[in-house]
Design a protein around this ligand. Structure first.
Ligand SMILES: NC(=O)c1ccc[n+]([C@@H]2O[C@H](COP(=O)([O-])OP(=O)(O)OC[C@H]3O[C@@H](n4cnc5c(N)ncnc54)[C@H](O)[C@@H]3O)[C@@H](O)[C@H]2O)c1
Ligand SMILES: [Zn+2]
Ligand SMILES: [Zn+2]
Length: 367
């Protein structure tokens, strides 16, 4: 039987999200229904509401959540009712050369479940019975969600689910960009552009990796104060191009720079700032028409690298437990990441607060 659930939905671009009662159908073969406990509000959800991420509407938002399995479909043997799980927003076929090589974020079928489940259909309908798309096979900003089993990772029951939810995007994206994509070395100098949910996790990832100097850059003073709490050693208020300031502060440029805002111009600034042989990593997701220009000559003469990082280049079943292990060991801050908790009916406020930069992370809690 379908379950009723209140859910945050984008129906119209550039309009506030709406909260509606939807119906969530039971799991089909290979699928699982989850009762969500908490869902973080990520900038990528906001990007789906303003066209930066062009996903088909109407769309149930949410891709950073944790909850409890309530029902499993035929053929699901790895999860059972009662299991605590964290959502994962990547599709992995398990067969292509990238999946085989342990790089599922690059799965050639990644586009298969961008707004539906992997079979191209959805289990979500509105009050009039019309189908609702789901953000990246998830749509977990809702009391219930039915998802493919590969979009869920079972976790140990000891971590509170509101904190575990953050591992479903911000933490794994940020810390993973440092550990997996850049492989930041101890003693390194790191610059981080943008200190929101993702950037703060790049900062704490760099701290855990043993970076000697971590320079946080943001337009908001409050974010710079937070950045220091998460391990930044220096803070730079973004006014105009910080390249010169960064070069001066570090005697030639940081070893690594991470762009965690979503701007072609900032990606270029990150690249300009790094030292010879340095690595600039673009984590932010810019508008489709945005581009990044670099001085071509610097590529051969300075051997600089500009790359990107999707979901922290993670393997969810390896990296989610790894992040929770770091939390348990007292090395990774999750409690401090949650600035404010909202009920599902307050979802429009949570998005407004994200837009105005009020939170490290805002989290919708369901019970
Ligand atoms: N690569 C991935 O897999 C992945 C995953 C999740 C999110 N993202 C993207 O990462 C970006 C950040 O997400 P978030 O949830 O942390 O967003 P957020 O809104 O919480 O944080 C963005 C931060 O950037 C700051 N900022 C804005 N303009 C700036 C500027 N010119 N210079 C310096 N800082 C500036 C804001 O004040 C804010 O603190 C978004 O583009 C999001 O879509 C990417
Ligand atoms: Zn996200
Ligand atoms: Zn694949």
């Amino acid at each position: 039987m379908a379950r009723k659930a209140r859910a945050a939905i984008c129906r119209e671009l550039n309009q506030p999200v709406v909260v509606e009662e939807i119906s969530v159908e039971p799991p089909k073969r290979g699928e699982v229904t989850v009762r969500l406990a908490a869902c973080g509000v990520c900038h990528s959800d906001l990007s789906a509401t303003n066209g930066t991420l062009a996903l088909p509407l109407p769309l149930v938002l949410g891709h950073e959540a944790a909850g409890e399995v309530v029902e499993v479909g035929e053929g699901v043997s790895t999860l059972k009712a009662g299991d605590p799980v964290v959502s994962s927003f990547i599709y992995m076929c398990g067969q292509c050369r990238f999946c085989a090589a342990g790089r599922p974020v690059l799965c050639i079928d990644q586009g298969k479940a961008l707004a539906t489940l992997p079979d191209g259909t959805v289990r979500t309908r509105d009050a009039r019975g019309q189908p609702l798309n789901v953000f990246s096979g998830c749509g977990v900003m809702a009391e219930y969600a039915t998802m493919h089993v590969d979009n869920l990772v079972k976790i140990d029951p000891d971590v509170p689910l509101d904190r575990a939810a953050l591992v479903g995007c911000a933490v794994t994206t940020g810390v993973g960009a440092v550990f997996n994509t850049a492989k930041v070395a101890p003693g390194a100098t790191v610059a981080v552009f943008g200190c929101g949910g993702v950037g703060l996790n790049v900062i704490q990832g760099a701290r855990i990796a043993g970076a000697a100097r971590i320079i946080a850059i943001d337009t908001l003073e409050e974010k710079l104060a937070l950045a220091r709490e998460f391990g930044a050693t220096d803070a730079l208020r973004y006014q105009d191009d910080p390249t010169k300031a960064l070069k001066k502060m570090t005697g030639g440029g940081p070893d690594y720079a991470f762009e965690c805002v979503g701007s072609g111009e900032l990606a270029a600034a990150a690249y300009r700032a790094i030292r010879r042989g340095g690595l600039a990593v673009v984590v932010g997701v810019a508008k489709p028409g945005d581009s990044t220009a670099v001085r071509t000559m610097t590529l051969p003469f300075e051997e600089k690298t500009l790359t990107g990082s999707y979901f922290g280049s993670c393997v969810p079943r390896i990296d989610f437990p790894r992040m929770l292990g770091l939390y348990r060991a007292g090395k990774l801050k999750l409690d401090e990441l949650i600035t404010r908790r909202y009920g599902i009916d307050e979802a429009p406020q949570a998005f407004a607060d994200l837009q105005s930069g009020r939170n490290a992370r805002g989290v919708i809690v369901f019970r």
